[in-house]
Design a protein around this ligand. Sequence first.
Ligand SMILES: [Zn+2]
Length: 203
Amino acid sequence: MKRLLVNLVTALSLLLSIAAAGMWVRSYLAQDIVEHSTVTDTPAGFRHWSYSLATWKGVVRAGAIRHDYSRVTTPAANAQVYEMMLANARSRAAQSAVEPKWRSREAEEWTIRGDHPLGHWGLTWQPLDETTPQHRGVGLGASSPWWFVVLLCSVPLDLRIIGRLRRRRRGRNLCPTCGYDLRATPDRCPECGATPSPNLNPS
Ligand SMILES: [Zn+2]
């Protein structure tokens, strides 16, 4: 049972790594965007949800933001601002409803969307948490270079490969750490000082 689980996780890790590597390459050829935006009425006003996933030029960015606007607590002087926000959110939701969920275009067109300030290495983390009497906004925007995603996805696979190499070395009476021949000194490696666990099935 445990073995099956390990195999499953390793296979999944391999698949995800290949997929992420494919997206990494693709991100230099095209820009892919998945976007969705909805508006719902709430007792006090309206709620605007938007999700997005975008990938281009080696970087993937994801974001989810929720805005709650309250007509009830909006000062009379800002009534127009409220109506504008509502109209804005509705038009974005309407556009999202008719647009295909997954869009692609040529990479150089990215700039017309207005770029996102990316941190060093393309890693960013931008939580949103703001409260005013008439508005509450929460969300998170984050971006990562694809190579980092590939690295993360491949961790179970890497551990498996390292484990296998170590077992193979042990099976051949080589130090699992440095590969030194341990036939003369099976308890302690004279080269690196490692103390390998007893070899249960010598070959
Ligand atoms: Zn050693």
